[in-house]
Ligand binder design. Structure first.
Ligand code: DAH
Length: 339
């Protein structure tokens, strides 16, 4: 009988199972109420005294082997199930999800779009690869006009009529060609200039162009609109329109915002004057209206253009324009909490 028990121990040790049901059947066979072990325990009283010790040890060894086997198999099957399971262990910490952030240029662009949509401006866009007509000629900058030198242009070498737009003013032309007044539109976009790259200037940057054409639009309307804009965006309502020259507007002006001189950084940003230039503006030159088939005797209007990069740098204390195009996540991550 002891040999039989030893055989059973070897069998139990070798036992393998794929399912929980198989493990349960094994447990019942060995450890169940009517299982092998209980049968051997019941047999104990019939065993001759001198064999009791050896018999007892063998039966205990069988019991331990069977119990260990059942536990080991259960554990093994459960751990496999966990991996397969849809939810696994719900108490485990989740894997971190990396949240993206909007680019500071997009943040500021969207803010400006919101501000102007509140007063009835729509958004229009045009191509970055432009032709001479839309970027220059229609804007009162005919070939050989000296003011073309104000904007160092990237031309496509094989075709002088194709260039990378130097300003978003080209979108004004496209919009007026397709739409008759009343016109209220802003055109955000990227522009290109053949300039040396430094902390302050880049060969591409972003502008927002504004255009308002209707009957009896005056310079006062322009100033009021710009004042509304600076108040909304910077919380600064004091502006000044400094006489300037752009071929596509007459009269023309630079837009200065009074930033103040309260802190050391105000001194630095405004070079000690308290005033900060944010863009150009003016009354659309009648020639430009006529170039776009708008009757300049019936309609007048204003236009303005501001740089988005400079405003983003100002609002977010970015001290190098190159950071805006390097796509370094350590930089971009810092705008998670912005809009
Ligand atoms: N296009 C000009 C530039 O890039 C900015 C500008 C000035 C736009 C006056 C305008 C404007 O619409 O009226 O320097």
């Amino acid at each position: 009988m002891i040999d039989k028990i030893k055989e059973l121990i070897a069998e139990a040790e070798a036992f393998k199972a794929q399912t929980k049901e198989e493990v349960e059947a094994f447990r019942i066979q060995y450890l169940g109420k009517k299982g092998l072990l209980n049968q051997y325990f019941a047999e104990f009283k019939n065993v001759a005294n001198e064999q009791k010790k050896e018999f007892g040890q063998a039966v205990n060894a069988l019991k331990k082997t069977a119990e260990d086997k059942v536990n080991a198999l259960k554990e093994e099957l459960e751990s496999k199930e966990e991996v397969k399971g849809v939810y696994g262990d719900l108490s485990r910490p989740g894997s971190p999800i990396n949240l993206g952030a909007r680019h500071p240029i997009s943040i500021v662009k969207n803010q400006i779009i919101d501000i102007f949509s509140n007063i009835g401006f729509n958004v229009s866009e045009g191509p970055e690869i432009e032709d001479d007509w839309h970027n220059f000629t229609a804007l009162n900058l005919p070939e050989y006009h000296p003011a073309r030198d104000m904007q160092d242009t990237f031309f496509i070498q094989t075709n002088p009529d194709v260039l990378l737009r130097t300003h978003t003013s080209s979108v004004q032309v496209r919009y007026m060609e397709k739409n008759q007044p009343p016109i209220r539109t802003i055109s955000p976009g990227r522009v290109y200039r053949n300039e040396a790259i430094s902390a302050r200037s880049h060969c591409f940057f972003h502008q927002i162009e504004g255009l308002y054409i209707d009957k009896e639009v005056s310079f006062a309307d322009l100033k009021q609109t710009l004042q509304y804009f600076t108040t909304q965006l910077f919380g600064k309502s004091k502006i000044r329109l400094r006489p300037s020259y752009f071929p596509f507007t007459e009269p023309s002006a630079e837009i200065d915002v009074y930033w103040g001189l309260e802190t050391e950084s105000d001194y630095r940003i405004t070079k000690g004057t308290g005033w900060l230039e944010i863009g150009g503006c003016g009354m659309v030159d009648p020639n430009v209206l006529e170039n776009c088939n708008i009757d300049s005797k019936e309609y007048s209007g204003f236009a303005f253009g501001v740089g988005i990069d400079r405003i983003a740098m100002l609002l977010h204390q970015i001290n190098d324009i190159r950071l805006l195009s390097e796509n370094d996540v350590r930089f971009l991550e810092q705008f998670k909490s912005a809009l």
